[in-house]
Write a protein that binds this ligand. Structure first.
Ligand code: KG4
Length: 333
């Protein structure tokens, strides 16, 4: 089965063609250059740019895969969560293609895409597993029972993990998006330089909170400036990063222990973070838990994971109807 995936939930316009779970093409048009000058995504600019990019991006995915639109068996597009104006561009485009070309269409939850993105790689986990999805919009823990049944166990109470990386990079004036630049800067830093707070919340909570950590970094920066001390960027970045990954890893392992599940999977933009992967591998090894991470290209937003999740949803639930609408908050929780 040939699946065309379309993703436009935030600031990347993406299209992919999959044959089963093999990726024939995965194209992404990034808007980072537009939003970097504002230190974050400007929704109105994002949707306008999606309008310009969507058709060329889909056409180049088809061309790269060496297929025609008429060869496609299923069109899958992100239905939510995300920015409504951005979602509407990809979702409406997909519905129009489906209607005109009489190709079945399925609306896909972006979270389901991240939860399943690991299947685009060579090593595939067995269900059930615990999934940590950490990106610019969410830090959530799910229990994935199978490819279409997900239970939301923990969620962000304020800033998502990726959002914390972006906001801290902005206050350190390191650029946008913050995750990649902070993880690069942290390579030469000392993670013990500042003991930034870890928000464990109540003892058994699987929820996350990163807004206090962001304020702690701001306080440190202000103190250093007041004392006319130079900012030690690598050390600050390494200390901040350690505080984030420490909590993400510990709570995900707690979820696996509590539900007696022997496999952990990660996904979302923050799952590209090398220190997060290293700490997961280390602690999962100690716990006797299997650990899987998606290939780097499929951590951040991409359309291949949408095509994949769409094919699973279509197999179980059939096609979506053309009167379905986009949503900003995920029904997955
Ligand atoms: O999944 P994604 O593309 O979706 C959203 O748009 O939310 O994730 C983007 C987020 C950004 O916040 C970015 O700073 C973060 O993922 N990110 C990282 C890394 N690469 C991307 N965070 C930490 N370390 C990284 N290496």
């Amino acid at each position: 089965m040939l699946i065309l995936g379309i993703e436009s939930s935030c600031d990347d316009t993406a299209a992919a063609v999959l044959k089963g779970d093999s990726v024939l093409a995965s194209i992404l048009s990034s808007q980072d250059a537009i939003h970097s000058q504002f230190g974050g995504v400007v929704p109105e600019l994002a949707s306008r740019k999606h309008l310009q990019s969507i058709h060329p991006v889909v056409m180049s995915a088809l061309a790269k895969a060496g297929v025609q639109l008429s060869d496609i068996d299923l069109i899958a597009a992100t239905q939510g969560p995300g920015l409504i104006g951005s979602l509407l561009v990809g979702f409406s485009y997909a519905k129009a293609l489906s209607h005109v070309k009489r190709i079945p269409f399925v609306g896909v939850d972006h979270m389901a895409g991240h939860i399943l993105s690991v299947f685009l790689g060579a090593e595939k986990p067995a269900f059930p597993y615990i999934a940590l999805i950490a990106s610019g919009g969410t830090s959530s823990i799910f229990l994935a029972e199978n490819s279409h049944t997900f239970h939301h166990l923990g969620r962000t109470r304020d800033d998502a993990a990726g959002e914390a990386f972006d906001k801290v990079a902005k206050l350190l004036e390191l650029g946008y998006p913050g995750g990649p630049v902070i993880s690069r800067t942290a390579v030469d830093g000392n993670p013990q330089y500042v003991k930034f707070p870890r928000a464990w919340l109540d003892e058994n909570s699987l929820d996350f909170s990163f807004s206090g950590l962001k304020t702690a970094v701001l306080n440190h920066v202000n103190q250093q400036k007041q004392q006319n001390k130079a900012l030690r960027f690598p050390d600050i970045c390494a200390s901040f990063q350690e505080a984030v990954v420490d909590v993400l890893v510990a709570k995900t392992i707690l979820a696996a222990r509590r539900h007696q599940i022997g496999t952990i999977v990660i996904g979302g933009g923050v799952s590209a973070n090398p220190r997060l992967r290293e700490l997961f591998a280390e602690r999962c090894n100690k716990e006797g838990v299997a650990f899987y991470a998606p290939e780097r290209d499929y951590c951040t937003d991409n359309a291949a994971m949408i095509a994949l999740a769409g094919s699973h949803k279509y197999a179980v639930c059939g096609a979506s109807t053309l009167d379905e609408d986009v949503y900003s908050r995920s029904p997955l929780g």
